[in-house]
Ligand binder design. Structure first.
Ligand SMILES: *[C@@H]1O[C@H](CO)[C@@H](O)[C@H](O)[C@H]1NC(C)=O
Ligand SMILES: *[C@@H]1O[C@H](CO)[C@@H](O)[C@H](O)[C@H]1NC(C)=O
Length: 589
């Protein structure tokens, strides 16, 4: 008796110990402790278009609120000034040329869904790592990182094969060609040349036929047939790939084409509705949602509710609609009581497209005080974008951070928060942002940052330890046209291969901390550290170059150009056509 009375407290204590130990062990990898992630990326949005970044006419109350409740980054840098490479770097945490998406020539983005360029299967996206940690992962909206490799349905570059359980949206992007009545946007000069060639061949054929019929000349039937075939070929090459409205502008749900061509009128509502439903479906387990908006890329489609409402024309209407969508995203997180375990992030893939305008006015974005814009890898306006993180209870509210940060930082930040590890077999270019945005450290880990335009190193930045200076050197700058303009207005968009740029040796040097608009290059006379800057940058570039490995180039003409057997299609090829009936059955993930 005595014995068992003594034993009881002991055994019960032991039981409690064991039970709690097991319980805590369980919690160690209990998915309910892992934070959710909602990443919101706007397409082509300029940093100067947002209220909390200084715009006083466009109304963006929801984005401004996100910054008030969280951390606003003022020196948040895209790894490339165009969609495809910037998104590749974002998804992989590595400069785009590491995955073969650094272009050598004029084609710097994927131009046809029926091509074979894309994010190679050898790359591991952050989505894939999160998936392995038990996350449900989804992308709603634009992908623009390729689709097929060898056949119409292999989907080797598809989001489902890059770590996303669920995909609803545009495997390609929004292009002018997606809206009837807008001019074409893809290789327009080549289209025109092919059209002229077709007309010429047609005329030659007609003339020959007439001349023969009149008995003036005796041309063999074979020659006529040959010419006719040539004409057919020219017609096909000119006409078929450029029927972009049907070919490129499609919507997919996972592996299926659900709408072709897509209906822009209802697109905003469908995208935000899908995003909300994804969160609702997955609210009880850890999830990552990448809401990749089709806005504010031209042709600037707009829902009726926002048309004509802003003070900045169609473009301003579009930004205000974006703000409304961001508000809905925040609302669903708050309504489901997920705010204190959800990290929300807002950004743009690169700067606003300053050259884009027509008779009705400006169509591209506004990059505030920064020089240049979209397609310029060196000038700040092409790469400095909004960056806001919100996580009530974990991140300070209303904090502003001026340190250099990169969109590539999202990768390691998410991977660390999810308790996963970075793959050890490759170089990463981002750094975990949590120490900086939580306020545990004052300095960014980016002492150096490299700014690419295609495969070419356009500029580099140095934030010297113990100093507030942000030195930036430009190895080349795009040739603006007309000379003296602030962009490449004559060709419509800047290029970065040799014929279109001016090389600088020594490079142009600026201190962004004192001259954020990059207006006056420094010299040995005006900057005491001038020689040191050049020397330090030179060494850093050398060290960086040593980390690069040769990889197959994804953006060759051969891979980029349209091929019928790669073209996604609903219905019977080539008569692809379908539309998403309202109230389609719900998705799986
Ligand atoms: C606000 O954005 C619009 C549209 O991009 C632009 O035209 C305007 O100059 C911006 N205003 C400010 C104060 O930055
Ligand atoms: C945590 O759980 C997930 C999902 O069950 C599993 O895939 C992962 O390997 C686990 N991680 C660790 C570190 O045990």
């Amino acid at each position: 008796m005595e014995h068992s009375r003594l034993m009881w407290p002991f055994t019960s204590g032991l039981i409690i110990l064991i039970v709690s130990a097991t319980y805590c062990d369980g919690l160690d990898n209990d998915s309910s402790l892992k934070p959710n992630f909602v990443l919101m990326m706007v397409d082509d949005l300029g940093i100067g278009d947002i209220g909390c970044y200084g715009n006083d006419t466009i109304r963006t109350p929801n984005i401004d609120k996100l910054a008030l409740d969280g951390v606003k980054l003022t020196q948040h840098i895209a790894a490339a000034p165009l969609c495809t490479p910037s998104r590749a770097a974002f998804m992989t945490g590595r400069y785009a040329l590491r995955s073969g998406l650094g272009a050598t020539g004029r084609v710097q983005v994927i131009l046809f869904l029926g091509g074979s360029a894309g994010l190679p299967p050898s790359e591991t996206t952050f989505a894939k790592l999160l998936q392995r940690e038990g996350y449900t992962t989804g992308i709603v909206g634009k992908w623009h990182l390729g689709l097929n490799c060898e056949s119409r349905n292999d989907h080797c570059h598809h989001p489902n094969n890059h770590g996303f359980d669920y995909f609803y949206g545009l495997p390609f992007t929004l292009f002018n060609d997606c809206k009837s009545g807008e001019g074409s946007e893809v290789l327009v000069d080549i289209q025109l040349r092919l059209r002229d060639l077709t007309v010429l061949l047609g005329l030659a054929l007609l003339t020959l036929v007439c001349v023969c019929a009149a008995g003036l000349l005796d041309v063999s039937g074979k020659a006529l047939v040959l010419l006719a075939l040539l004409w057919l070929l020219a017609f096909g090459v000119w006409y078929v790939p450029f029927r972009l409205h049907t070919w490129n502008c499609i919507l997919m749900r996972n592996q299926d084409v659900v709408e072709q061509p897509m209906n822009l009128e209802t697109l905003s509502e469908r995208l935000i509705g899908e995003a909300e439903q994804f969160v609702e479906r997955n609210q009880h387990k850890p999830f990552m949602l990448f809401l990749s908006l089709a806005h504010v890329h031209t042709p600037l489609f707009i829902s009726k509710d926002f048309a004509g409402k802003s003070k900045n024309g169609l473009y301003g209407d579009n930004v205000e609609e974006v703000d409304w969508m961001i508000g809905r995203m925040v609302n669903v997180i708050d309504r489901l009581d997920l705010s204190d375990r959800t990290l929300m992030y807002f950004t743009s893939d690169h700067g606003g497209f300053i050259e884009d305008s027509d008779a009705r006015g400006q169509k591209g974005g506004w990059n505030g005080i920064y020089r240049g814009g979209k397609a310029m890898g060196g000038w700040e306006g092409g790469i400095r974008v909004p960056g806001i993180f919100r996580w009530p209870g974990r991140l300070p509210a209303g904090k502003v951070i001026d340190e250099p940060t990169s969109l590539m930082d999202v990768y390691p930040t998410l991977v660390n928060l999810a308790g996963a590890e970075l793959p050890k077999d490759r170089t990463f270019d981002g750094h975990d942002l949590m120490p900086l945005i939580e306020g545990r450290t004052e300095r960014s880990e980016h002492e150096f940052m490299f700014h690419y335009c295609g495969i070419y190193l356009n500029a580099a930045r140095w934030h010297p330890p113990g100093s507030d200076a942000i030195f930036k050197v430009h190895f080349f700058t795009p040739n603006f046209s007309p000379p003296g303009a602030g962009g490449c207005y004559e060709i419509g968009i800047c290029m970065c291969h040799p014929e279109f740029v001016t090389y600088h040796d020594p490079p142009l040097v600026f201190n962004l901390a004192a001259d954020p608009s990059e207006s006056t290059p420094l010299s040995a006379e005006t900057e005491p550290r001038y020689a040191e800057v050049l020397q330090r940058m030179g060494r850093a570039v050398e060290e960086h170059r040593r980390t690069l490995r040769p990889v197959p180039n994804q953006l060759t003409w051969e891979k980029v150009l349209w091929r019928p057997w790669l073209q996604p299609c609903c219905g019977t090829f080539p008569f692809c056509s379908c539309s998403e009936a309202s109230g389609t059955a719900g998705p799986a993930a």
